[in-house]
Design a protein around this ligand. Structure first.
Ligand code: FAD
Length: 399
């Protein structure tokens, strides 16, 4: 830490990779339990809205892409659409399209809770589905190109797997290289890191739960991880970057989340159990969420840059409607909503707005659920990275 130049959040968060590492085991244990609670496990979303960008978005016929819904009667009454739409009616400054809307402060399009099915997220692991090829590539390319700050590393996308190199096993290796162009301004680099980090986290899940199509067995695929992540150390760095960003948002939301009503089936028992687990997560987020949001959006063109950033990220949330695999689309929507919620908390809401007593309806339930489930996914990716390090070390020892 002493050797890095404190020139902004990227450098300052670099100092905190070790802190994230040191808390992640405990964080994962707690958040893994938290997301099983009724409040956090049911998510309502319309997965079948039209893709606004092109017609032929295809579909994944692989059974791995399929997903099952849960009946509304399983969802605690309080969180059903009919009850939620009453709360939504209070939302001001809405910009609407059929089925979705955003408010001026939002970084994403949100569902308006009038349509869409319920999913039990604990039954839908993010893992290999078989969705791949030109259609999946087109989505990623469009997302990177949405970055019209002019920073695109998609030239990397030559269709060839990078040559396997060593798996980074120390944080020094992970920090050795920063893929985003250092000539770009901070905000543009942050945009790229957020997207690349999300892509890397999804890839880590795919490699950690990979289907061997010859044997039909599920398991870790080290070569997949080496090709997609370890041979590009900056991608692993961006997983940490997103984790710190999400942790900082949860830390800032501490008082708001602590006062939130989680009463899921009408019993205080549920509410207190959920709160107890959540308080542990908030406590860890306060230790490790060292992201300096104050260093962003403060220069000459701060407001213009922030509006641009929002427009791009909102488009990313809409591109998710073009993903041709139901399961991937579900997690794509949840995670882009979760990151967008974190960005809103960090860059749009001041301490006064975050006060739960004056602003109890500040966040929609879907935003809170998406934020926590997204942090869970990133924490799980870091656990998987450790597992890959262990597999690599065992292999190296036997050679
Ligand atoms: P891709 O991951 O498709 O990447 C395309 C190109 O982008 C690469 O060739 C490389 O040049 C570049 N690239 C790769 N990673 C990064 C990075 N981190 N940063 C910068 N550039 C990068 N598949 C599943 O099996 N399960 C899922 O749950 C799943 N969810 C998905 C969710 C979304 C939103 C999308 C768009 C796709 C999802 N997919 C999922 C598909 C998956 O992401 C890959 O597209 C697929 O596995 C094919 O991988 P690939 O090796 O061809 O490269």
């Amino acid at each position: 830490c002493e050797n890095t130049k404190p020139t902004g959040p990227i450098d300052t968060t670099m100092c905190d990779y070790e802190t994230v590492e040191s808390v992640n085991g405990e964080l994962f244990t707690n958040i893994h339990e938290l997301v099983k609670m009724p409040f956090f496990k049911y998510f309502q979303v319309d997965l079948y809205r039209d893709c606004p960008f092109w017609d032929d978005y295809g579909s994944c016929n692989n059974p791995g892409c399929a997903i099952t819904t849960v009946d509304e009667s399983e969802v605690p009454l309080k969180w059903r659409a009919s009850a939620l739409s009453k709360v939504d009616a209070l939302v001001e400054n809405r910009h609407e399209l059929p089925g979705c809307y955003y408010r001026d402060s939002d970084f994403c399009w949100l569902d308006d809770n009038t349509e869409g099915d319920y999913y039990d997220l604990t039954l839908v692991p993010e893992r290999f589905t078989g969705y791949s090829g030109p259609e999946a590539h087109r989505i990623w390319r469009t997302i990177y190109e949405e970055n019209c700050f002019g920073l695109s590393e998609f030239s990397l996308m030559d269709g060839k797997a990078p040559a396997p190199v060593t798996l980074p096993d120390t944080m020094t290796d992970v920090l050795r290289e920063d893929g985003a162009d250092s000539d770009q301004c901070l905000e543009k680099r942050v945009y790229y890191k957020v997207i690349s980090g999300l892509h890397a986290s999804i890839s880590t899940h795919i490699c950690a739960e990979y289907l061997n199509q010859t044997t039909g067995e599920w398991g870790s695929n080290l070569q997949c991880f080496v090709n997609r992540i370890a041979s590009h150390p900056e991608r692993l760095q961006y997983i940490y970057f997103n984790t710190v960003l999400l942790l900082r948002a949860v830390a800032r939301l501490g008082p708001y989340l602590s006062a939130y009503d989680y009463c899921s089936s009408g019993t205080h028992q549920d509410d207190s159990e959920t709160k107890e687990k959540l308080l542990n997560v908030i406590h860890l987020a306060q230790q490790a969420g060292k992201f300096d949001e104050g260093a962003l959006f403060r220069g000459e063109n701060a407001n213009v840059l922030k509006e641009e950033f929002k427009i791009h990220f909102r488009n990313v949330t809409r591109i998710m409607d073009c993903v041709g695999c139901d399961k991937c689309r579900l997690w794509g929507k949840i995670q882009t909503t979760g990151i967008a919620t974190a960005l809103k908390v960090l860059f749009e809401l001041d301490e006064k707005t975050l006060d739960p007593h004056t602003n109890a309806n500040l966040l929609q339930r879907a935003e809170v659920v998406a934020l926590i489930n997204t942090l869970h996914r990133f924490s799980e990716s870091l656990e998987a990275v450790n597992e890959f390090r262990r597999i690599w070390a065992d292999l190296s020892a036997t050679e």
